[in-house]
Design a protein around this ligand. Structure first.
Ligand code: ADP
Ligand code: MG
Length: 724
């Protein structure tokens, strides 16, 4: 009998040649395949007569095959297959397929067929190119309905998946529902069988929506359960109380080259107050690019160091870690604080970089150049890996800066009391929960306390959303920018005026400035296509547009050493234009860069665009952001218009939230749920419900002992997040 656990290999309809591909997709059992969700749907539900009134619309038609033809074009290694269909309107429609001669095996003359696709006019003939098709006598699976599209890997098509899934669907009845019955009743959610059926074979848009809503809810519900559980654990741990030394902090603030904004003051105060508690802080510093989070982090670290404890600061990449290191060295120029930079590069060399900004007089690392230099210079010392780890373990190093590896690897601390994390991506709640878990595993030398945790967002999160999602952590808002900022001039650039933008860049570079060009990540691209897209655009720009300029190229395939070298070159003005793919963190500070071009800007979310834009305008120069687009749809342009209209990050992220919903906003794709389902998280209400229901269950059953299915699902969920 077919069960959920039946290996796909045992299903005779699935030919052996597919086994390997399925395995690669980690689809091994019937249940796996049922849980493989479409990532979008083609709407073929509109069935019409063949008629010119539907030109350029995606529709379904039904009729009899009156003529067939198949021709090979050896020169182009291609076959072209043509089928003419007539319905009772008596207008013929010609369907054309490339390289699918087998179509004719099913669609012979006289067959009743159903085709779905875009109707076009070629000369005087109505036509469909590569339409979906099936015999009209069959149930609508590939035509005539909402047709699910799965992410296709070579060798497996959506059509094949649909064909395999249909007979397996019944087994979904054996599935136990993770969502308790009374909860589903209360919230009017589909049971698991109905939801799965409608996800794979939607009968209507409404039913599909309802199914997606169920899964979106389920995901959020699990996330909330996990977060709340961790919160409880978190609060059961002691942390080292760090006394607020007002004089020290005031002295520090007074000597800063600028006046803190009120928001910075308030946030610093909130953090310092939290640190005084013997319970671990869990605070999110929510602020826009350039709102000055670094100095707030510095204040917290200063207080921690002065109280005799260590701080770990983690950046998403080595390049950013180094930048933080440099900022901190500069900020603490006149303080007796030892700062270490721990990057991964040490794996490559025996010697790895270690620098301190200032030295105890009895320290071995004295660097006499430091104080004499009128201009700040980073002292450069190197220690063997073990020697530096010893310095950290002994407590000689008070601030340790690096990537995530700091807490994941074998670094031992003497008394780590504060962890600060500068995010690259907006973490979803799940990742955040995982992070907290990790933090709880980091113990100081005496294994009694856990560190306080401060995370800093890369992009502002709308307050309403932050509260709904992260109700379990404290929020500090930096909603005010330092006064001295020049607004970045933002322009949407359609294809027709690109050249002017390029000319403008050349002018800026003549004036001594530099520019970024950001390329989008090609849709469902693997690293290889990213590489190809990046190199070819780099070549095009170097050869055709800026043959006279020096162009750097940064993409995800580069080793971190290579990335750093490219960045360094740009920073040192050895290149004029930096072409970078969007997967690469360009969060590095280049005050001399005054222009940023974002290619295919319509493909990005507003928050992301805003973040890119923040790469310029960091120096004293008037800066510009050009949003290149080939799209002329009103919706896309309206979205981009928001970028021209405002530079307020909170306003932009609010708009992004309204347009794309929290799922997109947090990029919860990691959860395995397709984007399309996440979109249906679009109302914060759903998150709130999930939270309330999670609270409800945990209040009577904190360990989920009476909800074994939920406990199991959470376990799986946890493992998935862990693997990210
Ligand atoms: P982000 O929040 O993006 O991390 P940073 O901390 O890097 O921002 O700050 C951006 C720039 O603004 C830095 O050069 C920093 O020295 C400067 N800055 C920070 N706070 C202020 C302030 N209150 N007034 C003026 N400049 C400031
Ligand atoms: Mg920053």
């Amino acid at each position: 009998m077919l069960t959920l656990k039946t290996p796909l290999k045992n299903i005779s309809k699935i030919l052996p040649k597919y086994h390997k591909i399925l395995d690669k997709l980690e689809l091994r059992t019937v249940e796996d395949l049922l849980s493989y969700f479409p990532f979008r749907y083609d709407d073929f539900s509109q069935t019409v007569k063949v008629s010119p009134e539907y030109i350029n619309q995606t529709v379904t038609i039904e009729g009899v095959v009156t003529k067939t033809k198949s021709a090979r074009i050896p020169r182009r290694k291609m076959t072209i297959t043509e089928v003419t269909i007539e319905d009772d309107n008596k207008t013929p429609l010609k369907a054309i397929w490339f390289n699918q001669p087998f179509v004719l095996e099913s669609l012979r003359e006289g067959t009743f067929a159903r085709l779905s696709g875009k109707m076009t006019l070629r000369g005087k003939t109505l036509q469909m190119t590569n339409p979906s098709w099936e015999k009209a006598a069959r149930e609508t699976t590939n035509t005539g309905c909402l047709v699910p599209i799965y992410s296709e890997t070579s060798g497996i098509t959506s059509k094949w998946i649909r064909w395999q899934l249909k007979p397996l669907l019944e087994t979904a009845r054996q599935m136990e529902d993770v969502l308790p019955y009374d909860l589903r009743q209360r919230l009017n959610l589909y049971d698991i069988y109905t939801a799965l059926s409608q996800i794979h074979f939607p009968e209507s848009r409404e039913k599909l929506l309802r199914a997606q809503k169920r899964f979106a809810f389920q995901e959020m519900f699990l996330v909330q359960l996990r977060t709340l559980q961790i919160k409880t654990q978190w609060e059961n741990n002691p942390a080292s109380p760090i006394k607020f030394d007002e004089k020290l902090i005031q002295g520090f603030v007074k000597k800063l080259p600028f006046k803190l904004t009120d928001a910075q003051r308030k946030a610093s105060f909130e953090i310092l107050k939290d640190l005084e508690n013997p319970l671990p802080m869990n605070r999110l510093l929510n602020g826009d690019v350039g709102s000055g989070k670094t100095v707030v982090a510095a204040i917290a670290s200063l207080q921690t160091a002065s109280a005799g404890f260590q701080t770990a600061i983690m950046a998403p990449t080595e390049v950013l870690a180094r930048q933080h290191f440099e900022s901190f060295c500069k900020i603490f120029e006149n303080y007796n604080i030892n700062i270490a930079l721990l990057t991964n590069s040490y794996k490559l060399a025996n010697n790895f970089e270690f620098r301190v900004s200032s030295f105890d007089s009895d320290s071995n690392f004295q660097n006499s150049n430091l104080k004499n230099d009128s201009k700040f210079k980073i002292p450069n010392s190197k220690l063997s890996r073990n020697a530096l780890l010893d310095e950290i373990k002994s407590g000689n190093m008070q601030i340790i800066i690096g990537t995530h590896a700091i807490i994941q690897e074998d670094v031992q601390f003497k008394n780590l009391a504060l962890i600060i994390i500068d995010e690259q991506h907006r973490f979803g709640v799940a990742q955040r929960a995982y992070l907290q878990q990790e933090t709880m595993d980091v113990r100081d030398g005496q294994k009694k306390t856990i560190p306080h945790l401060l995370t800093m967002t890369a992009t502002p999160i709308p307050r309403t959303l932050a509260i709904a999602m992260f109700g379990s952590l404290e929020l500090s808002l930096l909603d005010e920018m330092p006064k001295n900022r020049k607004e970045i001039i933002t322009k949407i650039i359609p294809a027709t005026v690109r050249q002017e933008a390029y000319d403008f860049i050349r002018q800026e570079i003549k004036n001594g400035r530099q520019a970024f060009v950001i390329l989008p990540l090609v849709e469902d691209s693997k690293v290889l296509t990213e590489l190809k897209a990046a190199t070819s655009e780099h070549r095009r720009l170097s050869e055709e547009i800026f043959p006279d300029l020096r162009l750097g190229l940064l993409h995800g395939k580069l080793k971190s050493k290579e990335k750093e070298a490219v960045m360094e070159d740009f920073k040192n003005k050895k290149s004029d234009v930096l072409v970078a793919t969007s997967v690469v963190e360009v969060g590095i500070d280049i005050p001399n860069a005054s222009v940023i071009i974002i290619e295919d800007a319509d493909r990005f979310g507003l928050s992301q665009l805003h973040q890119f834009r923040g790469r310029v305008g960091r120096g004293e120069h008037q800066s510009y952001c050009f949003l290149f687009t080939n799209s002329d749809t009103e919706k896309a342009l309206e979205r981009l218009q928001a970028m021209e209209d405002t530079s307020d990050g909170f306003e932009i992220s609010q708009k992004d939230l309204e347009l794309r919903g929290p799922g997109q906003f947090f990029g919860l794709v990691q959860s395995g749920l397709p984007d399309i389902a996440m979109e249906h998280l679009s109302n914060i209400k759903l998150i709130k419900f999930a939270r309330a229901e999670a609270q409800n269950i945990l209040s009577s059953d904190p360990e989920l002992a009476n909800h074994p299915l939920l406990a199991q699902a959470l376990q799986k969920f946890q493992e998935k997040i862990h693997l990210e």
